[in-house]
Design a protein around this ligand. Structure first.
Ligand code: HEC
Ligand SMILES: [Cu+2]
Length: 409
């Protein structure tokens, strides 16, 4: 083998390796594409304006850059000392000074005018068809439809990427880390006003294809808007470093036709009505455990681990004295949080009761103790049930009767 055929072999192998890797990663539908260099393809008027501004300014900057350096290098090279050039000595040229003041001024005005127009348009949230409040939590998004069709709908939107993919034990999907259980659904060609706020630290709600990026600040209300012009799914992420799982709070918006939106609103309302009747009902251990497993996987497993063993500073729930002890201590911990443990007040009473029952009857624990949603309804007003753990009287059907009975006081 001569040198050139060896070189060819090496190049061929390298190309094979590179192309096979490229095959493994595909474009994310509604998200970034493989080797995408430009901004996300715009689907709103504002995003189109941003694109245009971006390219207009880039072109102006490049033209100035090339012109200035061309003149500079030309002058340095063509008038160098070794060719016998003598430096000219002159002071103060009024003409030059006026030109180099006026020309940049005109350039800046030329860029600032259209930019200001776009920024003002971004802030004009009047006459919206639908208003949605977006709340940032560590680490998920809450959506409340406040006004317009769908008013009253509220849900949380949490990452659905399985832990095995995150830990590298399973193959990663095309929507890895940018997929959620409940997508934000909005109708096409409607002006949607987004009000942002946060519950704990600063987050930011961003969808590049909409040209929208708005901080969500605890104690403050900010707003922005978009009018999506194309049906489809669009993806974004929290854009403000908000803690350890910052990368795990994606945003997915599904833009649908007006008919599909009406259908979705209808379905969601029915679903919510079905859920809303829950908190007064008495559930069986199986019902609570089933629901609790889901609540745990979505909210608790990230810290306490799917096996309940905790990790580092995060205590194990499996075998924990709190989980196997009196009800009050565990309910307080879940409702109010403690240190790095967040408060879970935002979950419904059914979800809280389910997850607490789950932790008391899973892994190494089988206390047989049921927590009913009504107990959390009471606990929120400061009335905690007695009993639990060794203090609780267990009845023949396994449940602590004391606990289910509403508490005096
Ligand atoms: C952000 C990480 C995180 C998440 C998510 C989280 N926890 Fe915790 N949890 C903690 C930390 C840290 C502690 C220890 C708090 C302390 O005592 O200072 C804790 C403590 C607890 C305790 C008390 C355990 C003991 O033995 O002291 C219970 C019970 C508990 N968590 C339940 C839950 C439940 C139920 C969920 C889901 C709804 C949940 N946690 C989600 C971090 C978390
Ligand atoms: Cu965030």
């Amino acid at each position: 083998m001569n040198f050139s055929s060896k070189l060819q072999a090496v190049l061929f192998t390298a190309a094979m390796v590179l192309s096979s890797q490229a095959l493994a990663v595909e474009d994310m539908p509604g998200g970034p594409a493989v080797r995408q260099l430009n901004l996300a393809a715009p689907v709103t008027g504002i995003a189109r304006d941003i694109h245009w501004l971006h390219w207009m300014m880039l072109v102006i900057c490049v033209v100035i850059f090339v012109a200035v350096f061309a003149v500079m290098f030309y002058s340095i090279y063509k008038h160098r000392k070794s060719l016998g050039h003598k430096p000219a000595s002159f002071h103060e040229s009024t003409t030059v000074e006026i030109i180099w003041t006026i020309v940049p001024f005109l350039i800046v005005i030329g860029m600032a005018l259209p930019a200001t127009k776009t920024v003002v348009a971004m802030k004009d949230t009047t006459n919206s068809d639908i208003t949605i409040k977006v709340t940032g939590y560590q680490w998920k998004w809450g959506y409340d439809y406040l006004k317009g069709e769908g008013e009253g709908i509220a849900f949380l939107s949490t990452l659905t990427t399985p832990r095995e993919q995150i830990n590298g034990h399973a193959e990663r999907s095309n929507t890895y880390l940018i997929e959620v259980d409940n997508e934000l659904v909005v109708p096409v060609n409607c002006k949607v006003r987004i009000i942002t706020t946060a519950n704990d630290v600063i987050h930011a709600w961003m969808i590049p294809a909409f040209g929208v990026k708005q901080d969500a600040i605890p104690g403050f209300v900010r707003d922005t808007w978009f009018r999506a012009e194309k049906v489809g799914v669009y993806r974004g992420q929290c854009a403000e470093l908000c803690g350890k799982e910052h990368a795990f709070m994606p945003i997915v918006v599904r833009v649908v036709s007006n008919e599909d939106y009406a259908k979705w609103v209808d379905g969601k309302k029915k679903e919510m009505a079905a859920k809303a009747s829950d908190p007064t009902k008495t559930y069986t251990l199986e019902e609570l455990k089933d629901r609790g497993a889901k609540v745990y996987a979505a909210n608790c497993a990230a810290c306490h681990q799917p096996n309940g063993k905790g990790a580092g500073p995060i205590p194990a729930l499996d075998g924990s004295a709190v989980v196997n002890g009196p009800f009050q201590a565990q309910m307080e911990r879940i409702l109010n949080g403690k240190g790095a443990m967040p408060s879970w007040k935002t979950l419904s009473d059914v979800e809280l009761a389910s997850v607490m029952t789950y932790t008391r009857n899973n892994w190494g624990s089988s206390t047989g103790e049921l927590i009913q949603p009504s107990m959390f309804t009471q606990a929120r007003t400061g009335k905690f049930p007695e009993g639990g753990g060794k203090g609780g009287k267990t009845t023949d059907n396994g449940a602590t009767k004391d606990a289910v009975k509403p508490v005096k006081g």
